[in-house]
Design a protein around this ligand. Structure first.
Ligand SMILES: CC(=O)N[C@H](C=O)[C@@H](O)[C@H](O)[C@H](O)COP(=O)(O)O
Length: 228
């Protein structure tokens, strides 16, 4: 199945679940990622987001929904699918959508965002999700040809405060600009009410990660509330 820009319509107002475990964690195994993804599908996820080439491959085999893939390399600066090489590897692993750093920062391979997007479109069938950190990033990413705009990096690049919960102000700002690409709310959507608020702020679809698929964090939230 090739996902086209038109096909994205199936994701309108839907929940996308990000399934990620971090290096060294007990669940950091692509088979586990795929099992968690399949479980999210039972709950009603309309698409799945996963990190790592093997995770993309295993998840593609386990679910029939669109898979958004990324490759995190490093922790600082541009680390979400930072280069065209990373992006094409994610596409070749089977991702329908490749999520890449969609900020205005310089990229390790020296390519611009528009050159990166063009390179992905030229050499794969994948759509491109630009993980943005600000309104200006979102505008630039649309101009660069990205197929979806995500607020993934809001609060992580210094341009926006790290809000408790989703950055609703940013979502409203981008949504009201009428940028004509699906706006994906992502980042710190920790409750069903947050997800609803993100849709009400104008998001086309909502990605939830930690609050559904990261037991260590969720356990910590409960424990913290009990001992506050
Ligand atoms: C900033 C960054 O590295 N975000 C990553 C991007 O894939 C993931 O670590 C997040 O879990 C994902 O964006 C979903 O967000 P949340 O887990 O807050 O629902």
């Amino acid at each position: 199945m090739i996902l086209t820009p038109k096909g994205l319509e199936a994701l309108r107002s839907q929940l996308i679940v990000s399934c990620q475990a971090y290096p060294g964690e007990p669940m950091r195994d692509p088979r586990t990622t795929a099992q968690v993804a399949a479980s999210a599908v039972i709950g009603g996820a309309a698409a799945i987001r996963v990190q790592g080439l093997a995770d993309v491959q295993f998840t593609r085999a386990a679910v029939e929904l669109p898979v958004i893939g990324l490759w995190k390399d490093g922790h600082d600066g541009v680390f979400i699918t930072p280069t065209l090489r990373h992006a094409l590897a994610v596409a070749n692993a089977g991702a329908h959508v490749v999520a890449i750093d969609g900020t205005r920062r310089s990229r390790p391979d020296g390519l611009s965002l528009s050159e990166t997007v063009a390179g992905i479109h030229a050499d794969s069938h994948a759509l491109v999700m630009a993980d943005c950190g600000s309104f200006d990033d979102a505008v630039a990413a649309v101009e660069a040809g990205a197929d979806l705009i995500g607020t993934t990096l809001a609060g992580y690049t210094g341009e926006r405060p790290k809000t408790d919960g989703p950055d609703l102000e940013l979502l409203e700002h981008i949504a009201s600009a009428g940028l004509d690409k699906p706006l994906i709310a992502e980042g710190r959507i920790h409750t069903p009410a947050h997800a609803r608020q993100a849709l009400d702020a104008g998001a086309f679809a909502v990605v939830v990660g930690t609050a559904i698929t990261h037991p260590a964090s969720i356990t910590g939230w409960f424990k913290g509330a009990m001992h506050a």
